[in-house]
Design a binder for this molecule. Sequence first.
Ligand SMILES: [Zn+2]
Ligand SMILES: [Zn+2]
Ligand SMILES: [Zn+2]
Length: 102
Amino acid sequence: MICGRTVDDETRCIHYHTKEDIIAIKFACCNRYYPCYKCHAECEDHPVIRWKSDAFSEKAIMCGVCSTEHTIHEYLKASHCKTCGAQFNEGCRHHHHLYFAK
Ligand SMILES: [Zn+2]
Ligand SMILES: [Zn+2]
Ligand SMILES: [Zn+2]
């Protein structure tokens, strides 16, 4: 189940919707999947609690193409989905600090 302002069934949203924007991230604060932090901000009234490194074995990244859940650790090492091979958006790396604490 993906919350937020999605525009299709592969987790693209009104904020990020290129071909490669195919993941949703579960937020530690509410345990809900959102396509991006902007969707979270518009739909929730609490601040984001980022994942800390000791929780990187949690499954918190979902591939929007095949719905496989990845652990944060797997996702941070990968450039594509481990199940269907779909390419992840390289640009997401610039936003990792919004989701994952060091
Ligand atoms: Zn939240
Ligand atoms: Zn969004
Ligand atoms: Zn996949």
